[in-house]
Design a protein around this ligand. Structure first.
Ligand SMILES: [Zn+2]
Length: 224
């Protein structure tokens, strides 16, 4: 291991991940502390994973390459981050469609996490990335067997969800690529903010999906 600057085989992937994290800050998804974890499954066996707990000044060198079996291929991670790597590996093993995982304390989604409340799908923009409510995983102490198994169990129970609210903690957002996962993280923050704002007006209402047919004209043919 020469440890030379720029020696990573994944330099372009590293820079793309750093750009994605910058977009999370620009889009208002990050909490004031800048806490978060982001990983990107770069091939069948490996993921890139953010090493610092706080991401505001993240650089391309601040990423580790970790095999899904836990072996660290590039960089160094501590025991806490190794637990994060284990969690992300479990999620990647469970769901082939997931290639990116973003964990934040997204401020408005955090309100739902604090209340252990599901985030309903009542926002137009949310229908495309997460067309159902975001489930809640009950809080568990990090590092205990119940922590990872609890998250994986809720994910297994909701095989099409692209996000999980972590009770009393934050949110996990999943996607096929960095851009889609950043977008969904942003949309969920907007949806949560919209829900909280609508509460002051008597509460958000469900999207009247059954009322989506053309009101007149009849040129689109009969639909059930
Ligand atoms: Zn966290």
């Amino acid at each position: 291991m020469a440890g030379e600057q720029g020696a990573s085989a994944y330099q372009a992937d590293r820079e793309a991940l750093v750009e994605a994290v910058r977009a999370l800050f620009t889009n208002g998804v990050m909490s004031s502390t800048g806490h978060g974890d982001v990983s990107h499954r770069i091939d069948e066996e490996h993921m890139l994973l953010t090493v610092p707990g706080r991401l505001r000044t993240l650089q391309a060198d601040d990423l580790a390459v970790v095999a899904l079996d836990g072996q660290v291929v590039e960089g160094e991670i501590d025991s806490l981050k190794a637990e994060i790597a284990d969690l992300h590996s479990e999620i990647y093993r469970l769901r082939e469609d997931i290639r990116v995982i973003i964990h934040t304390h997204s401020p408005s989604v955090l309100a739902f996490a604090m209340a252990n409340r599901v985030l309903p799908c009542r926002y137009e923009a949310m229908r495309f990335g997460q067309p159902s409510e975001v489930p809640v995983v009950p809080w568990a102490r990090r590092g205990t067997p119940a922590w990872i198994s609890g998250i994986v169990a809720v994910l297994a129970d909701h095989p099409s969800t692209h996000a999980l609210i972590l009770g009393n903690h934050g949110v996990l957002v999943f996607g096929a690529d960095l851009a889609a996962t950043v977008t969904l993280s942003t949309v969920l923050e907007e949806a949560a903010a919209g829900e909280l704002g609508a509460d002051r007006l008597g509460g958000a209402v469900a999207i009247p999906l059954g009322a989506g047919a053309p009101a007149s004209g009849g040129s689109h043919g009969a639909k059930p």
